[in-house]
Design a protein. Structure first.
Length: 301
């Protein structure tokens, strides 16, 4: 690893940090260290880093804004690539929106609304990056990324840059082909519609007010933990099973929203994983439904 790190530092592919705690890079504020963290400063450095690692047969892990992500307490072995300002870009061309992979999904929805463009209102409460939203087919309020995405620019695990059309991504509920085709979304192109600014602002204000009333945004969390089962809602099942407020160590099921697990201050990844497992077991015992987590779990067991 020391030889690899020395070679990376000599390769002009961005900032290189060793044994870097990943907790500060996640919205849950949980996670052990990465052996090596690369922070590229441009799209070209992102591609160069991946090509470098591919040529040497070295595996890598990607993180964006760290929402919807749980890093295990022992951290991640090998190389982690942290996307930041390198892909933090935005451009409007009429109703077409070109957003960099690390651009804030919430900020994107706000700026689209200011442009009088409709279609991204659902994103106003979804934390994380554009790339993460494309990867997960993020959605809310009856809409999702698949309804507005035109195409995505992706750096494959070989370092090759390709453009994938929306149909190429094989979208399903909280799923895309990128779950099995390793790559990094460097830019997404969304096709929106011209709308009424007042109506767009009204819808987003309603979503915001509801979010503030029903979600524990003042505490470290990662959004919804479980996927909604077919024809139902995970939060409703968890709440009706009497699990609101259930706690393991520093991890607690929110009293505001039963599908949120919050870090009350000193939660570990093991606390969260244990609580997830206990919720799954109890809900399955009561309702015969096995809840499926939608958070990504990374790192060494």
């Amino acid at each position: 690893m020391q030889k690899l790190i020395a070679d990376l530092k000599a390769s002009n592919i961005g900032e290189i940090r060793t044994n870097e705690r990943l907790a500060p890079y996640t919205t849950w504020k949980i996670g052990g260290p990465a052996d090596c963290l690369i922070i590229p400063h441009s799209k070209e450095q992102v591609a160069a880093a991946i090509k470098f690692l591919h040529e040497r047969g070295e595996p890598w892990t990607i993180i964006g804004r760290g929402s919807n992500l749980l890093v295990r307490d022992k951290g991640i072995r090998g190389v982690v690539i942290k996307l930041g300002q390198a892909l933090d870009t935005l451009r409007f061309d009429g109703a077409m929106v070109y957003a960099g992979g690390s651009y804030s999904f919430i900020k994107l929805s706000v700026l689209a609304a200011r442009e009088g463009l409709t279609g991204l209102e659902f994103a106003s409460g979804i934390p994380g990056s554009v790339g993460g939203a494309v990867y997960m087919n993020a959605g809310a309020h009856g809409s999702d990324v698949s309804r507005i995405l035109k195409q995505a620019e992706v750096i494959l695990d070989t370092g090759e840059l390709v453009v994938m059309q929306a149909e190429d991504l094989q979208y399903a509920y909280r799923h895309s082909i990128l779950h099995t085709l390793p790559g990094i979304v460097t830019e997404a192109v969304f096709e929106l519609q011209v709308g009424d600014r007042n109506e767009i602002a009204g819808a987003m204000a309603a979503y915001r007010d509801r979010r503030l009333r029903t979600q524990p945004l003042q505490l470290a969390c990662a959004g919804s933990v479980f996927r909604n089962p077919v024809g139902g809602f995970a939060a409703k099942l968890i709440e009706e099973a009497g699990l609101k407020g259930k706690r393991v160590g520093g991890a607690e099921i929110s009293m505001l929203h039963a599908n949120f697990i919050v870090n009350t201050g000193e939660a570990t990844a093991e606390d969260v994983l244990t609580l997830i497992s206990e919720v799954q077991q109890i809900v399955e015992q009561v309702y015969g439904i096995k809840l499926v987590p939608e958070v990504l779990v990374m790192g060494e067991r």
